[in-house]
Design a protein around this ligand. Structure first.
Ligand SMILES: CC(C)[C@H](C(=O)O)[C@@H](O)C(=O)O
Ligand code: SF4
Length: 464
């Protein structure tokens, strides 16, 4: 029978099928961070249970970490406690731990692939919704709750109903200035934030085939924002080249065997999906969001839709625009902005810094803009320096910070003040996401760069 990539990976991990119930599902690799793991460890302790396979769990600190002066003690007591709990739990149970200041430290969804922990055909979970990022490698990866984190630690399995399958095909050629973030924001605008609910998505078509691994991670990362359980892309030579030689990737004969298996991980030609969406790449413009959920996105040259043009209640829509200080029919280009955030597990990789630098090169940061440039990991930070990007950024008036989630959700010191506008390369523009009262405009690294040098929303295509 013809099957999909998703079925192949899922079915090979079912330990037991429960009649009319969820599957008992084996987890190959498990990531933990300081926010969602402490309570899971407390649960283990209270029940006197140990961690079954400590070598399958990897800990990194990212959410509560400061992005300057990381060599100094963390000032915020709550953050310091969370970080200490992660460190102590990892030590007690024999789990590898990349804490603050560790050379391998960074955002969980950046360091996993970087170290070859993320592999094709694997099942990967983390108590974090953007675990979907790892699907870029042909893994089934999704976020879980704290009680499931405890379940994985103790049994290496969770109970999961199998989601339905959706395929999103994007074919044709992307126009200049349109990148992976725009593709994802366009898809979410089409589907809305609930259009993917109940589904696991496979991204297919030549746009994804031609996309870099970094770009594929950006797209898979945002799957959760359309409500999907996760998203994945079939592994190919680009995937294998990215992984070869990385710390936890198989080596020698084991590598050859693994690649031979990974090559079988594709959807059969006549496999059927529960839902399918076809998009023409040429229809996608550089995107910007104007509202308070990631589905409220439009092309930069478009105007804010009228309440009667959008799905959902008129009242909610108007409330959202009021929060943003915007109005129906507003033109986006030219709106003044205050902050720019380049970073997060969506766009905190080297390719994102290259794209940002390309635009700001030879220009200067606008005086009215506060810019936070935050690499996703120390590896990315080192690459920025090695490639000479730091010099260009410094010349243009920017400062590079240290790795972490930073202003993506402001669980640390990087908070956008109330009422201020931030063009952000992150993934969520909910009310208060970047700090109480903050107003977030989600966009690509080049859109962020264009805003950073002009001080207002600018079509990045004008700056090439
Ligand atoms: C803190 C964590 C549970 C949360 C998530 O699950 O996504 C965070 O990473 C986020 O992006 O909102
Ligand atoms: S960078 Fe943002 S989205 Fe990613 S894990 Fe951190 S807080 Fe969540």
């Amino acid at each position: 029978m013809s099957t999909t990539l998703f079925d192949k990976v899922w079915d090979s991990h079912v330990v037991r099928k429960i009649e009319d119930g969820p599957d008992v599902f084996f987890i190959d690799r498990h990531f933990i961070h300081e926010v969602t793991s402490p309570v899971a460890f407390l649960g283990l302790k209270s029940r006197g249970i140990s961690v079954l396979y400590p070598e399958r769990t990897f800990a990194t600190a990212d959410h509560n970490t400061p992005t300057i002066n990381q060599h100094l003690p963390v000032q915020d007591a709550l953050s310091a406690n969370q970080l200490k709990a992660l460190e102590d739990n990892a030590a007690e149970y024999g789990i590898s731990h990349w804490g603050l200041g560790h050379i391998k430290n960074g955002i969980v969804h950046v360091v996993g692939p970087e170290n070859g922990i993320t592999l094709p055909g694997a099942t990967i979970v983390c108590g974090d919704s953007h675990t979907s990022t790892h699907g870029a490698f042909g893994a089934i990866a999704f976020g879980i709750g704290t009680s499931e984190v405890e379940m994985v630690l103790s049994t290496q399995c969770i109970m999961q109903p199998k989601p339905k399958k959706m395929r999103i095909n994007v074919n044709g050629e992307l126009s200049k200035g349109v990148g992976p973030k725009d593709v994802a924001l366009y898809i979410i605008a089409q589907l809305t934030t609930s259009g993917g609910t109940g589904y696991f998505v496979e991204y297919a078509g030549d746009v994804f085939e031609n996309m870099s691994m970094e770009g594929r991670m950006t797209v898979c990362n945002l799957s959760i924002e359309m409500g999907a359980r996760g998203g994945m892309i079939a592994p190919d030579q680009k995937t294998f080249d990215f992984l070869e030689g990385r710390l936890y990737a198989p080596k020698g004969e084991a590598w050859d065997k693994a690649v031979a298996y990974w090559k079988t991980l594709k959807t059969d030609a006549d496999a059927v999906f529960d839902a399918e969406l076809n998009i023409n790449a040429a229809d996608i413009e550089p995107m910007i969001t104007y509202g308070t959920n990631p589905g409220m996105g439009i092309g930069i040259s478009a105007t804010i839709p009228n309440a009667n043009q959008v799905e959902g209640g008129e009242e909610t829509y108007k409330k959202s625009l009021a929060y943003m200080g915007f109005h129906e029919n507003d033109v986006m280009i030219g709106k003044p902005i205050d902050y720019v955030f380049l970073g997060s597990c969506t766009n905190g990789r080297i390719e994102d810094f290259r794209a940002f630098t390309e635009i700001v090169k030879g220009r200067k940061k606008a005086e009215n803009v506060t810019a936070w440039l935050v690499p996703g990991s120390h590896v990315v930070e080192a690459q920025i320096k090695e490639e000479g990007l730091l010099e260009i950024l410094t010349e243009a008036g920017f400062v590079l910070r240290q790795p972490g989630c930073s202003a993506c959700l402001a669980m640390n010191d990087d908070k956008v003040p109330a009422g201020k506008y931030a063009v952000s390369t992150s993934n969520r523009n909910f009310e208060g996401r970047q700090g109480p009262g903050s107003r977030t405009l989600l966009a690509s690294p080049i859109m962020a760069a264009a805003a950073a040098v002009t001080g207002k929303l600018t079509d990045p295509r004008e700056l090439f």
